[in-house]
Design a protein around this ligand. Structure first.
Ligand code: ADP
Length: 427
C-alpha cells in the first residue's frame, strides 16, 4: 500500500518562494540597469548576491541539511502503514475526502472490501459511521459511534474517529484515524448476566406463586378445612425447600466464581469423600430402588477444597439416582491415571444404566438452568444449577468433566482432577 504523498506532505511551497524571489530580483535589477540607475556590472552583481542568499535561505529543508520531521525523511505513506500495522485494534486512516490512506490487517478482516485510494463508504456501508466521520472533520474533535453486525455472526463495535491535523511549513498532516473496539465479549457477558437474572427470577417466582396461592386459600375458602390444610402444608413446605435450594445453589455459584482464580492447595483424599457422599445418599438410593456400588483405589490424593468436592460428587451421584433410576444400579469408580500432558490425574466416574441423554444435549448440560426435561427436573427437585456448579468447582481445581452417554444406554459423568504425584496405586 502506498500513499498519495502530496496530500500529506507537500514540499512545493519552498521551491515556489525561491523562484519568486529570483524572478523579482531579475526584474528589479534589469529595470534599474535599463533606467540607468545602476551600472550593468553592479546590477549583475546585485542579482547574483540576492539569488545566492535566496538559494541558501529558502531551499527545501532536506537539501539544506536540516533534519526534517520523520514524515518527510521517510516516505510518509510507508510511515503511516507501519504505524497503523503495529496497532492492536483494527485501524483505518482516511484523507479529508473520506478516501482510504492506510489500514491494517485487522481492519482488512473486518472490512475485506477496503482498498487504498477508494472512498471508505464503499467498504463500510454504514450511514451512521460515515456521518460520524463527517462530524469529526467538521468539528475537529474526536467522535464515537457504536454499530452492530448480524452476518455472519452477531458482533458489536465502538468506532473512535479522531481527526489528526498537524500543519507546519514542512509537514502537512490532515487525516482521520478510525479505531474499532470489539465490544462483542462485553455484550455477551451482559446478555448472559441478563439471561441469568431472568432465569433465576423465573425459577424463584414459580414456587413463590404456589406458596402465595396456598396461603390465600388457607386464609379464605379453606380457613376451617382441616383435611385441606393437611394436604397443602407438605406441598408448601416442598415449595419453600425448593426456593431455599435455589438460593443456596445461586450463592454457591457466585462464591465459587469469586474464588475461581485461587486454586485450592490442601491435600485431600477423594476416597473417603466419595464414600461419605455415597453413605449420605443411601436413603435416596433405597427410595429409588437403586444399588450404589463403589470401586476405589486405596487412596487418591488431590489438592482440593473438601466441601466443594463433596458438592461435586453429591450432584453427580444424586443426578444418577434421579435420572438414571430405571437402570437400578449406579457404579462409582475411582482410578488414578494420567492426563494428556502425562501428569498424574485422579478420575471419578459415576455411571448409571438409565435412559441416557441424546447427543444434542451433551454440550449444553453444564450451562446454568439448562435441563433436558424441565418438568422432570422440577419433579425431581432440581434447580438446573447442579452441573454448572460441578463444572465451576472442577475448573477452580484445574480439573474437568467428561460426559458420555447414549440414549437407552445410561450415562457416565467423569470428574478428572490433577492428582498429588505420590498417590498410592490400586492393588
Ligand atoms: P437439575 O437440577 O435439573 O438436576 P443439573 O445441572 O444437575 O440440574 O442437570 C441438568 C440436566 O441434565 C438435568 O435436568 C437432566 O436433564 C440432565 N441429567 C443430568 N444427569 C443426568 C443423568 N445421569 N442421566 C440423564 N440426564 C441427566
Amino acid at each position: 500500500m502506498s500513499l498519495n504523498e502530496d496530500r500529506i506532505v507537500p514540499r512545493g511551497s519552498e521551491r515556489r518562494g525561491l523562484r519568486f524571489v529570483i524572478a523579482a530580483a531579475a526584474v528589479v535589477f534589469a529595470g534599474l540597469a535599463i533606467v540607468g540607475a545602476l551600472a550593468i556590472g553592479y546590477a549583475l552583481a546585485g542579482f547574483a548576491i540576492v539569488t545566492a542568499v535566496a538559494v541558501l535561505t529558502l531551499r527545501p529543508a532536506e537539501e539544506a541539511g536540516i533534519a526534517p520531521p520523520v514524515a518527510v525523511t521517510q516516505r510518509a505513506g510507508e510511515s503511516l502503514d507501519v504505524l497503523v500495522a503495529g496497532l492492536p485494534d483494527p485501524v483505518i486512516a482516511l484523507d479529508r475526502n473520506g478516501r482510504v490512506l492506510a489500514f491494517n490487517d485487522r481492519a482488512r478482516s473486518l472490512a475485506p472490501a477496503l482498498r487504498q485510494g477508494e472512498p471508505v463508504s464503499l467498504a463500510l456501508r454504514m450511514p451512521e459511521l460515515i456521518e460520524t466521520i463527517g462530524r469529526a472533520y467538521a468539528s475537529g474533535e474526536e467522535q464515537r459511534v457504536e454499530y452492530s453486525e448480524r452476518v455472519p455472526i452477531d458482533r458489536w463495535f465502538e468506532v473512535i474517529v479522531v481527526p489528526v491535523k498537524h500543519v507546519t511549513s514542512l509537514v502537512r498532516l490532515d487525516l482521520v484515524l478510525m479505531t474499532f473496539h470489539d465490544l462483542t465479549p462485553l455484550r455477551r457477558v451482559e446478555e448472559m448476566r441478563a439471561d441469568f437474572v431472568a432465569n433465576a427470577s423465573h425459577e424463584l417466582r414459580t414456587p413463590l406463586a404456589a406458596l402465595s396461592g396456598f396461603i390465600e386459600t388457607l386464609q379464605g375458602s379453606a380457613r376451617d378445612d382441616a383435611p385441606a390444610r393437611e394436604r397443602f402444608l407438605p406441598i408448601m413446605q416442598e415449595q419453600a425447600r425448593r426456593m431455599a435450594r435455589l438460593i443456596d445453589d445461586l450463592l454457591s455459584l457466585s462464591r465459587i466464581e469469586l474464588n475461581a482464580h485461587r486454586r485450592p492447595d490442601t491435600p485431600v483424599d477423594l476416597v473417603p469423600i466419595v464414600r461419605q457422599v455415597v453413605d449420605s445418599l443411601q436413603t435416596l438410593a433405597r427410595d429409588r430402588g437403586v444399588t450404589l456400588q463403589v470401586e476405589a483405589a486405596k487412596a487418591l490424593m488431590v489438592l482440593g477444597d473438601h466441601d466443594e468436592l463433596v458438592r461435586v460428587f453429591e450432584n453427580l451421584i444424586e443426578n444418577a439416582l434421579k435420572y438414571g433410576a430405571a437402570g437400578k444400579r449406579v457404579e462409582i469408580t475411582l482410578t488414578p491415571g494420567q492426563s494428556a500432558d502425562g501428569l498424574p490425574e485422579a478420575g471419578v466416574a459415576v455411571r448409571d444404566f438409565g435412559p441416557g441423554i441424546a447427543p444434542e444435549h451433551l454440550p449444553r448440560l453444564t450451562e446454568r438452568f439448562y435441563r433436558v426435561d424441565v418438568r422432570e427436573s422440577r419433579a425431581q427437585g432440581g434447580t438446573g444449577l447442579g452441573l454448572a456448579l460441578v463444572k465451576h468447582i472442577l475448573n477452580r481445581h484445574r480439573g474437568r468433566l467428561l460426559i458420555e452417554s447414549k440414549p437407552a444406554a445410561g450415562a457416565t459423568f467423569t470428574a478428572y482432577l490433577p492428582a498429588v504425584a505420590d498417590s498410592p496405586q490400586p492393588k
